[in-house]
Design a protein around this ligand. Structure first.
Ligand code: E4P
Length: 216
């Protein structure tokens, strides 16, 4: 499973790179707005830092506007993947982007048939939002299982990018469900290694070792 970081913050991206687990980055307008930076230079800097796909989202809501923005975003760097919303105009834009060779991440997917449609048109990534479904008492993980089954039934190449992940259990369950990629906020990445028994065990090993080394 590939790990992407869900952030536009350069320090968080550098820290995840240092951990050696980073395969790519996803941003969205909310995450970019938090950084208080100009959009294109920020995306360019992220693309230079990360040797993997970097998702950058359009803000137009009509197909022509989306394609214009997608073309501009794709020019920033070879590893830009353009994010389009999964609405009717987004599907039209996806088809045109595919024809121009622009890689696309279809975002805001909340039901399996949306995932089926974007795969039929040839999206590079499909982003089901698990946490936001859980927030309204629907089962985000069940949606992910359904999408995996549909893609496997028909041999679609679109990669499933599990998004809106809120805690380590989401990451583990997304991996068990067969998501190709998990995009994870930095705070959750930090929690992935936490287990009290690891800390207690290490402390015990070091205490015992101090006794032995004290003797010699
Ligand atoms: C990633 O591509 C999504 O934009 C992101 O995971 C959404 O997460 P949220 O629901 O926590 O905002």
């Amino acid at each position: 499973m590939k790990f992407f970081i869900d952030t536009a913050n350069l320090d968080e991206i550098r820290a995840a790179l240092d951990m050696g687990i980073l395969d790519g980055v996803t941003t969205n307008p909310t995450l970019v707005a938090r950084e208080n930076r100009e959009f294109e230079p920020l995306i360019r800097e992220i693309c230079e830092l990360v040797p993997g796909p970097v998702s950058a989202e359009v803000t137009a809501t009509d197909a022509n506007g989306m394609v214009t923005q997608a073309t501009e975003l794709a020019r920033i760097a070879d590893n830009v993947v353009v994010k389009l919303p999964t609405i009717a105009e987004g599907l039209k834009a996806l088809r045109r982007c595919r024809e121009s060779g622009i890689a696309v991440n279809m975002t805001l997917v909340f039901q399996p048939v949306q995932a089926l449609m974007v795969a039929k048109i040839g999206a590079t990534f499909c982003s089901p939002f698990l946490g936001r479904l859980d927030d309204i008492s629907q089962d985000g993980m069940a949606m992910l299982h359904d999408i995996r089954q549909i893609y496997d039934n028909y041999g679609f190449n679109t990669e499933i990018l599990a998004a809106s992940l809120r805690h380590p259990l989401h990451v583990a369950q997304a991996a068990m469900a067969g998501a190709d990629i998990a995009t994870i906020p930095f705070g959750v990445i930090q929690k992935l290694l936490n287990h009290p028994l690891t800390d207690i065990g290490l402390e015990r090993f070091l205490t015992d070792w101090r006794k032995v080394s004290g003797k010699s």
